[in-house]
Design a binder for this molecule. Structure first.
Ligand code: KG4
Ligand code: ZN
Length: 355
């Protein structure tokens, strides 16, 4: 049995987890900083890194305790070293290096975005099914998060080629901004999802743009959709930049319909590109999705429908592993460990992803 301790501090979640044999999550602890950032309606980097410093050791202790293990049982330390906020990444990387050096066990560097695409392979208990089916790869990968919206061709868990990406906002960012415009509390994505799901919500009430960006493009754009939400609420701006209407003029049932219409357009934009990618790459034998927005109810059901239409298996994280977590870091770290991949104590945090 191989036990890997994962550490994740790339943004505003301090997380630690222990994963057995790359698949079974023995513990998964996530300390969210949402309350600290709520008053700013967004993550403040300096506040985030200070909070990581305070939380990191108790969270690691808790992950070991929940797994009923001690540090002596751990075979390797995996850490998300890119991409993210540099000051936040630094805390996790420093903790991981210190543990690896003092325990004399391997240090594994993991790309956070790639790890999101591993989250769907994690299980809470020994998997009854052999989820790594012989035909999983090459797969079509979709990462939808607060910082990334990309489509990949996946040849192996660590071998990804990006074939499309947003040219402006990430989809999660668009959800969060649309939610803020609709007066919903931070973090907006899950709250907008909840509002869009309420009874009688009409997802066709507002005709919002779904960007296509040319006939063959697999890229995406969400900034036009965001602006359309703004105009739906406030009307078009006057010449001096002022608006004649505000959210206060919009009745609750229209807000609900606008949330549902936004969600429909945002999800359609992604599904459309996946359809296009599948049309152009018939070799794909599965669809693998990951990232915070895979928690979205509509995206989950439309991805399931797409997979069914195409007769492909869909690998999508359980709800606990959609948002940032360290289990996905430990999981992908285990795969890298088995391949002999090792980081040295020179490992530096990097704000951008490899692809
Ligand atoms: O993957 P993640 O935890 O962090 C990044 O790597 O960015 O993703 C966070 C994003 C946020 O924008 C959040 O609003 C969005 O995921 N999100 C959702 C839902 N749950 C989380 N967006 C739409 N619907 C949801 N249910
Ligand atoms: Zn993430």
């Amino acid at each position: 049995m191989t036990l890997v301790l994962g550490i994740e501090t790339s943004c505003d979640e301090t997380a630690a987890a222990v994963v057995e044999d790359g698949k079974i999550v023995r513990s998964n602890v996530v300390a969210s900083q949402h309350e600290l950032h709520a008053e700013y309606m967004g993550v403040v980097p300096e506040v985030a890194s200070r909070a990581h410093v305070e939380a990191i050791l108790p969270i690691i202790r808790r992950a070991l305790h929940d797994a009923d293990l001690t540090l002596a049982d751990i075979d390797a330390i995996a850490v998300g070293h890119r991409p993210g906020l540099i000051g936040s990444l630094l805390i996790g990387v420093a903790a991981a290096k210190a543990l690896s050096w003092s325990l004399g066990i391997p240090l594994i560097a993991v790309d956070h975005v790639h790890a999101h695409l591993y989250a769907g392979f994690l299980r809470d208990a020994p998997p009854a099914d052999n989820i790594e089916m012989p035909h999983t790869f090459p797969a079509l990968g979709l990462v939808v998060s607060g910082g990334h919206t990309s489509i990949y061709r996946i040849d192996a868990h660590w071998q990804l080629t990006r074939v499309g990406a947003t040219i402006d906002d990430a989809i999660g960012e668009a959800f969060d901004k649309a939610a803020t415009m609709l007066g919903l509390p931070y973090p907006g994505g899950p709250n907008l999802d909840r509002l869009a799901r309420t009874d009688n919500a009409n997802d066709r009430a507002f005709d919002l743009p779904i960007s296509r960006l040319g006939r063959d493009s697999l890229d995406m754009s969400f900034s036009g959709l965001k602006t359309a939400v703004l105009y739906a609420i406030k009307g078009r701006p006057n010449r001096d930049g002022s608006y004649d209407r505000s959210l206060d003029d919009m009745p609750p049932d229209q807000r609900r319909d606008l949330a549902a219409s936004f969600q429909r357009a945002a999800v359609r934009a992604v599904i459309l590109k996946l359809e296009r990618a599948l049309d152009s790459n018939t070799a794909c034998s599965a669809i693998v999705a990951g990232g915070g927005v895979t928690a979205n109810s509509r995206l989950r059901s439309e991805l399931a429908a797409l997979a069914e239409r195409r007769s492909l298996p869909l690998v999508i994280p359980a709800m606990d592993y959609c948002m940032d977590n360290a289990a996905m870091i430990a999981g992908l770290g285990s795969v890298r460990l088995a391949e002999g991949e090792r980081a040295t104590l020179d490992l530096a945090p990097v704000p951008t992803t490899a692809c």
